[in-house]
Ligand binder design. Structure first.
Ligand code: AP5
Ligand code: MG
Length: 190
């Protein structure tokens, strides 16, 4: 399987569909949010820096994030492809990802964009707040995350379009249907 970049707003299902894709195709998975939350839990230096940004719904600075991404990528087996979940989130990160992969003679593969209306996103994240208690899953911080997504990350969709690898999947009320559509597309790439 090619590399996959899974792209979408907070709560759009990046983590959920990544897990399903990993199960089906046996590829690696990097969630930069999960990496940062693990660092916070360990109270590492990186975790201390990340905590302030995450709890405020802001992005971690690009240089730091790009460095973490490369280290995580190099620690994974990449033979079956890797799914990038939550990275890139800025044009600088996208350029850095492209360069990092080219240096390793690897390709970006495909970008999967998840489009979900904001009301559904908010409902999902507030429901998850009751189950998982993520520090950034409260209404005030979720609104900031949406704003950061619209201002800093969403413009990247056009960057992927120019690269010719953007594939959009729109939520129409059924998780099974969404998964079937994504798998039908990915099966054509094997
Ligand atoms: P990150 O952890 O990536 O959070 P996010 O982008 O806000 O997205 P979420 O993880 O909240 O949602 P998701 O799209 O994975 O959806 P999920 O599958 O969980 O990043 C957190 C923070 O880390 C950032 O704000 C930033 O501070 C920092 N950070 C991370 N990467 C960075 C980077 N590259 N640069 C700078 N900073 C970075 O689904 C949501 C919920 O909905 C789940 O509970 C799920 O079970 C439920 N759900 C219900 N129905 C469905 C359905 N039909 N499909 C999918 N999920 C469903
Ligand atoms: Mg996630």
């Amino acid at each position: 399987m090619k590399n996959i970049i899974i792209f979408g707003a907070p709560g759009s299902g990046k983590g959920t569909y990544s897990d399903e894709i990993v199960t089906r195709y046996g590829m690696g998975h990097i969630s930069t949010g999960d990496v940062l939350r693990a660092e916070i839990k360990q109270e590492s230096e990186l975790g201390k820096i990340a905590q302030g940004y995450i709890s405020n719904g802001q992005l971690i600075p690009d240089e730091l994030m790009i460095d973490i991404l490369a280290k995580t990528y190099d620690s994974l087996p990449t033979g079956k492809g890797v799914i990038f979940d939550g990275f890139p989130r800025t044009i600088a990160q996208a350029e850095a990802l492209k360069k990092m992969l080219a240096e390793r003679n690897h390709e970006m593969g495909v970008m999967i964009e998840l489009i979900v209306d904001e009301e559904t996103l908010m409902e999902r994240l507030l429901r998850r707040a009751q189950i998982e208690g993520r520090a950034d899953d409260n209404e005030e911080t979720i609104k900031k995350r949406f704003a950061v997504y619209h201002n800093q990350t969403e413009p990247l969709a056009a960057w992927f379009e120019k690269e010719g690898i953007r594939h959009t999947f729109t939520w129409e009320g059924s998780k099974d249907q969404m998964l079937a559509n994504i798998f039908a597309f990915l099966d054509t790439l094997k």
